[in-house]
Unconditional design. Structure first.
Length: 399
């Protein structure tokens, strides 16, 4: 049995609970031919096939020789994102005109808007809304510095994934998802892999005892990766992507062992690539990381090319939260749930209250409040204008 950080199971949870495939976070590192990853020290980097230690300059020089650099991350680990930013900054210093960065977290249908944001023609709030629509608003804080650097240097950003709408259409029988139907029914574009299927079956079985439709789950996963692979290959073959060095940022399971994105892309476009993964020994875990027990199969595959040892820390204990469930209303937004022990409960907010403004900003939908709280820190105070029983009142809440 091996323990997996729970964020990996968001793919399964969203598929099983909302009939919509979603994201994975991190794979479990189970060994190297020469080095036990759990004995690595913080910021130690090894070349997995040989077990040789590398300095950061040595690693960056090796990465610079590739055309695609896959970075497998844990979505909720701030240290993983610091590694990504270091890689992006170093490669940009070497190749300021060559670098591009692709994201699993952005939907390809929004590429035009992503380009507008990069050019300063779309506001940060509108860009965050794009991110939230197809990924998660709460996760944006982990990527904020990376996106800020990319925009400041006008480094091309590629949106790789399917949209939430496409995933839902696919799950409803491909009735309005011609792209998904083509990807999954055209044998020339299919890349079945027995090793990846074993891994996915183990993950599925380990989540809620595997309840649900394993066939649909596997197809949703295939749609997810085939779409990203198509978008990566298409970009590199386009005039805009010709000669680019593309850094691909995705969940660890999509790139580890090469059976996900790397193999699917290589089928389409045979260019040099490498896989960089992060790993956290238990002694470097800084705050709670929920896990689930999974019987993961032993597979005769290298985990990747490079492994970078980092601590683990999520930002949940630093994020400002009100602790309410919300829905749209004719005026403001309506509270439909107040979490026990939350700031909302402490300061007397009740189910049925309408929140009209937050910090002087009018609220038209729940996401408006979430965007405002995203810019606040735990311990800050905000003023809410609420309506209760037809009467308005102001409440100051310590987040």
């Amino acid at each position: 049995m091996k323990f997996f950080p729970l964020p990996f199971f968001l793919l399964l949870a969203m598929f099983l609970l909302t009939a919509c495939g979603s994201r994975q976070s991190r794979i479990m590192v189970d060994g190297s031919p020469y080095v036990d990853p759990d004995t690595m020290q913080r910021d130690e980097i090894i070349h997995l096939p040989t077990g040789m230690r590398l300095t950061r300059p040595e690693l960056f020089s090796l990465l610079a020789n590739e055309q695609i650099v896959y970075i497998g991350e844990g979505h909720d680990n701030i240290y993983d994102h610091q590694v990504e930013l270091q890689v992006v900054k170093n490669l940009y210093q070497r190749f300021p005109e060559r670098l591009a960065v692709g994201f699993e977290m952005l939907a390809h249908v929004n590429q035009e808007k992503v380009d507008q944001w990069l050019a300063g023609e779309l506001s940060e709030d509108d860009f965050i809304r794009l991110f939230a629509d197809d990924w998660s608003l709460a996760d944006f804080v982990y990527y904020r510095e990376i996106f800020a650097f990319l925009q400041s240097q006008r480094i091309p950003v590629r949106a790789l994934n399917v949209s939430r709408h496409e995933k839902m259409a696919f799950m409803q029988g491909l009735k309005s998802s011609g792209m998904g139907k083509s990807l999954l029914e055209n044998p020339a574009q299919s890349l079945d892999d027995p090793y990846q299927e074993q891994a996915l079956q183990a993950m599925f079985a380990g989540h809620v005892e595997g309840h649900g439709d394993i066939g649909k789950f596997l197809k949703v996963h295939q749609l997810w990766e085939e779409t990203m692979a198509d978008n990566i290959a298409s970009y590199l073959e386009s005039s805009a992507g010709e000669g680019k060095l593309l850094v691909v940022i995705a969940g660890g399971f999509h790139v580890a062992r090469g059976y996900g994105l790397p193999r699917r892309v290589f089928q389409r476009k045979k260019v040099p690539y490498c896989i960089l993964l992060t790993h956290t020994p238990i002694v470097l875990v800084e705050n709670e990381r929920r896990t689930m027990d999974v019987d993961f199969p032993d597979l005769p595959l290298y985990l990747g090319d490079y492994l970078w040892c980092v601590p683990y820390r999520n930002l949940k204990d630093q994020q400002a939260k009100l602790g309410v469930g919300l829905k749209d209303a004719d005026r403001g937004i309506e509270i439909v749930m107040v979490a026990a022990g939350s700031a909302a409960e402490k300061y007397g907010l009740k189910v049925g209250d309408l929140i009209i403004t937050c910090a002087g900003n009018n609220l038209e939908e729940p996401l408006d409040l979430s965007l405002l709280l995203l810019k606040k820190s735990k311990g800050e105070t905000v003023e809410l204008l609420i309506e209760r029983g037809g009467k308005e009142q102001k409440i100051e809440v310590l987040l």
